[in-house]
Ligand binder design. Structure first.
Ligand code: COS
Length: 379
C-alpha cells in the first residue's frame, strides 16, 4: 500500500495552493458578502486547466486524474469554496461527456473546457418536487421527428445563470407510458431555455443557484448523452465523482476553519494565558485535526479507485458522508472556540460554518449516502 503522492499530484496540489492564495482567499469574504460570482477567477482557473482535469489529454483535457483533482479542490476550497462549486460541477459534466459522449460530442465540447472558452457547465437533475428520488422527474422530452421538445421546471442548478453548457435530465416516453430519464446537452442561449428564480442562500453565496424553465426547448437527437433512456446511469455515474468532489470541498472549508482556530487559540488571552493552553481547547483542536485527516484518507481512497476505473459507488458515498459530517463538526467547533467572535462576520469561521452546511445536503443528501452504503454492505 502506498500513501505517497506522485510528483504530478504534488505539483498540482502546490499549483492549486498558490492559485488559492493569490486569486481566491483574499477575495472570498467580499464575494460572499456581495453575492458576486467569481467570473474572473473562474476564467483564470479554466485557462490553467482546472476545469478539464478528469478529461484525458487525447480528448483535449489535462488528464490530471481524480486524485490530483480531489487534492486541487481541497486547496482551492480552503481559499474560496463557492468557486469550487462551479469548478467541481464543470469538471463533473466534462467527465461524463468523456465517459458517455459520441466522438462528435467529445470533439465539439471537451476542448472548450480546457482552453477557457467555456466559463462553466451546469448539471440539472433536480426539480422542485424531485431531488433524492432521482428517477421521479416530471420534466418531459417528447420526440418530434428527429428532435426532442423539452418542457418542465428544474431546480437547484448551480451557476445556471452563467453556464455555457447544460446537462439536463428529462423523461422520455419509451412506449406504453414507460418513462425513462434521458440526459441532454443544451448550449447556452437555446430558445426555450430560460433561467428561473435565483435562491437566497445561507452560505456559498458567491455561487449562484437558480431554477431553469424548459418551455418548448427543441434539441436534436444528437444532443442526447449516453443514449435514450440512460439518463439515470449518466447522472448517477456523474454523482459518484461529484460526491468525491463535495467531500474534498468540505475538507477544504474545514481546513480553513481549523487554521483560523489554531491562530485564534494562540492569540486570544483569557485568565492570563492563551486559550490554546487550556486542555478544553486543545482537545477540540486535536479532534478537529484527526477527523480531517481521516476524511482526507477516505476521499483520496475513493478518488484513487475512480481514477483506476474501479467501481467506487460505496466508497464515494462513504467519503462524502464522513467528510461532510466531519467538516460540519470541525466548523461548528471552530465557532465555539472563537466564542462570540465566531458568530460575527469579522472572523472567517462564521462564513465557513454557513458554507459547510450544504455539503451534507447537495449531490445526494447524507441520508441518501447511507442508503447507498447500506445497500452495498448488505448485498
Ligand atoms: N452509477 C451508475 N449507474 C447507477 C448507479 C451508479 N452509482 N446507481 C444506480 N445506477 C443505475 C442502476 O443500475 C439502475 O439502472 P437500470 O434502470 O438500467 O437498471 C438505475 O441507475 C436505477 O438504480 P436504482 O434502482 O438503484 O435506483 P433507485 O431508484 O432505487 O434509487 C438512489 C437509488 C436513491 C440511491 C438514487 O436515486 C440516488 O442516488 N439519489 C440521489 C440523487 C442525488 O444525488 N440527487 C441530488 C441531485 S444533484 S444536487
Amino acid at each position: 500500500m502506498q500513501l505517497e503522492l506522485t510528483e504530478h499530484q504534488r505539483l498540482t496540489k502546490d499549483a492549486a495552493r498558490k492559485f488559492a492564495a493569490q486569486h481566491l482567499a483574499p477575495f472570498a469574504a467580499g464575494w460572499d458578502k456581495k453575492e458576486e460570482f467569481p467570473a474572473q477567477a473562474l476564467q483564470k482557473l479554466g485557462e490553467a486547466g482546472f476545469l478539464a482535469m478528469l478529461v484525458p489529454e487525447d480528448e483535449g483535457g489535462t488528464g490530471a486524474g481524480a486524485v490530483a483533482y480531489a487534492l486541487a479542490i481541497m486547496e482551492l476550497a480552503e481559499g474560496c469554496p463557492a468557486t469550487t462549486v462551479t469548478m467541481s460541477v464543470t469538471n463533473m459534466v466534462a467527465d461524463v461527456i468523456s465517459r458517455f459522449g459520441t466522438p462528435e460530442q467529445k470533439q465539439r465540447y471537451l476542448p472548450k473546457f480546457a482552453d477557457g472558452s467555456f466559463l462553466c457547465a451546469s448539471f440539472s437533475l433536480s426539480e422542485p418536487g424531485a431531488g433524492s428520488d432521482a428517477a421521479g422527474l416530471k420534466a418531459r422530452a417528447d420526440q418530434d421527428g428527429d428532435d426532442y421538445v423539452l418542457n418542465g421546471e428544474k431546480a437547484w442548478v448551480s451557476h445556471g445563470e452563467e453556464a455555457s453548457l447544460y446537462l439536463i435530465m428529462a423523461q422520455v416516453d419509451q412506449g406504453g407510458g414507460k418513462l425513462k430519464p434521458t440526459a441532454f446537452l443544451v448550449e447556452r442561449g437555446a430558445k426555450g431555455l430560460s433561467v428561473g428564480r435565483r435562491e437566497e442562500k445561507m452560505g456559498l453565496r458567491a455561487s449562484h443557484t437558480c431554477g431553469l424553465v424548459l418551455d418548448g426547448l427543441r434539441v436534436p437527437k444528437t444532443a442526447i448523452l449516453g443514449g435514450e433512456g440512460n439518463g439515470l446511469k449518466v447522472a448517477l455515474t456523474a454523482l459518484d465523482g461529484g460526491r468525491i468532489g463535495v467531500g474534498a470541498q468540505a475538507i477544504g472549508i474545514a481546513r480553513a476553519a481549523l487554521q483560523a482556530s489554531l491562530k485564534y487559540a494562540k492569540d486570544r488571552q483569557t485568565f492570563g494565558k492563551a486559550i490554546g493552553e487550556f486542555q478544553a481547547i486543545q482537545w477540540k483542536l486535536a479532534n478537529m485535526a484527526t477527523e480531517l485527516d481521516a476524511a482526507t484518507l477516505l476521499v483520496l481512497r475513493a478518488a484513487e479507485m475512480r481514477e483506476k476505473k474501479q467501481p467506487c459507488t460505496k466508497e464515494a458515498a462513504m467519503a462524502k458522508l464522513f467528510a461532510t459530517d466531519a467538516a460540519y463538526r470541525v466548523c461548528n467547533e471552530a465557532v465555539q472556540i472563537h466564542g462570540g467572535y465566531g458568530y460575527i462576520g469579522e472572523f472567517p469561521v462564521e462564513r465557513h460554518f454557513r458554507d459547510v452546511r450544504v455539503t451534507q445536503i447537495y449531490e445526494g443528501a447524507n441520508e441518501i449516502q447511507r442508503i447507498v452504503i447500506a445497500r452495498a454492505v448488505l448485498s
